[in-house]
Design a protein around this ligand. Structure first.
Ligand code: PEP
Ligand code: MN
Length: 304
């Protein structure tokens, strides 16, 4: 792909690491696992989630506050109120927070409160948003479009990088096919392998939106890790069936903790690892923030 100048590997061993938070680097030997609800609903929901997942442990908490819903009458997200909840969770648990940004207008607020900015599937080719993310000063989690080819996905990442932001994480989340009654989307395991071979960027996998059903999520997670994924982003909720969006695919918090432990042997089999013992994150953040930044591993001190 001659136009993918910045995304393509320079040689077979070329790999980039994206720093999300002090002590959280995506693309290292240790996988980065992110968990949390589809939508931020209230402080109690996020508190319960962060507390349970501290013991998993996960390296990031997700939660949408601007939601791309099929129906304009469905819950659209809490907006800035939700961002403030995410920021409070980050402060209390010393964990990075991930949220979706749907438009350029939302970008300054999302960049103010969140550590990792997600571009949802429906916006993968929103080129003006991609260009703006090139200057956002935050790492970007770019999800593959519902019907995007691997090449289109790579070129979307190229937009962000060409506009100045080298901190891009790719996310395979399933593509649309003819049978959405059993699985919501088709998790493209081949794309994980292809992206790892063609690009130097970290690749993480969202099995939740691919599966659409909670009972498929753990098996797909293990398959993704076996195929070389650098991490996972998974939806879970204190009361999954009460989730205001994507309830059918949300794991319980206990199932999320079990999932983290169940992927560990698969990771080990391919020379990767999963953190299964909670490290004192607050201490780690302090130590990391005191290290001098290097070119490869940028340390962003979240002084907010
Ligand atoms: C989400 O993460 O909740 C979401 C809407 O994801 P996607 O863009 O992959 O559908
Ligand atoms: Mn969702």
């Amino acid at each position: 792909m001659k136009d993918a100048k910045l995304v393509s590997k320079k040689d077979t061993n070329h790999r980039s690491v994206v720093n999300i938070f002090p002590g959280v680097d995506c693309g290292e030997q240790e996988l980065v696992i992110i968990g949390g609800p589809c939508s931020v609903e209230d402080m109690e929901q996020m508190q319960q989630t962060a507390k349970s997942l501290e013991s998993a442990p996960v390296q990031g908490i997700r939660g949408g506050v601007y939601k791309p819903r099929t129906s304009p009458y469905a819950f659209q997200g809490l907006g800035e109120e939700g961002l403030k909840i995410l920021a409070a969770i980050r402060e209390e648990y010393s964990v990075p927070v991930v949220t979706e940004v749907m438009s350029q207008e939302q970008l300054p607020l999302c960049a103010k409160y969140a550590d990792l900015l997600q571009v949802g599937s429906r916006n993968m080719q929103n080129f003006e948003l991609l260009k703006a993310l090139g200057k956002a000063g935050r790492p970007v989690l770019l999800k593959r479009g519902l019907c995007a080819t691997v090449e289109e996905f790579i070129m979307a990442a190229e937009y962000i990088m060409a506009c100045g932001n080298q901190d891009v994480i790719l996310c395979e989340r399933g593509i649309r096919s003819f049978d959405s009654s059993t699985t919501r989307n088709v998790l493209d395991l081949g794309a994980i392998v292809a992206l790892k071979q063609m690009t130097h960027l970290p690749v993480i996998v969202d099995p939740s939106h691919a599966a659409g059903k909670r009972e498929f999520v753990a098996d797909l997670s293990r398959a993704a890790v076996a195929c070389g994924a650098d991490g996972l982003i998974i939806e879970c909720h204190p009361v999954p069936e009460k989730s205001v969006s994507d309830a059918r695919q949300a794991l319980s918090l206990d199932d999320m903790v079990d999932l983290v432990h169940s992927v560990a042997p698969i990771a080990a089999a391919i020379g990767r690892s999963v953190r299964t013992i909670a490290k004192p994150r607050r201490q780690l953040a302090v130590i990391e923030s005191q290290k001098a930044p290097t070119c490869q591993k940028k340390v962003r001190v979240n002084a907010r």
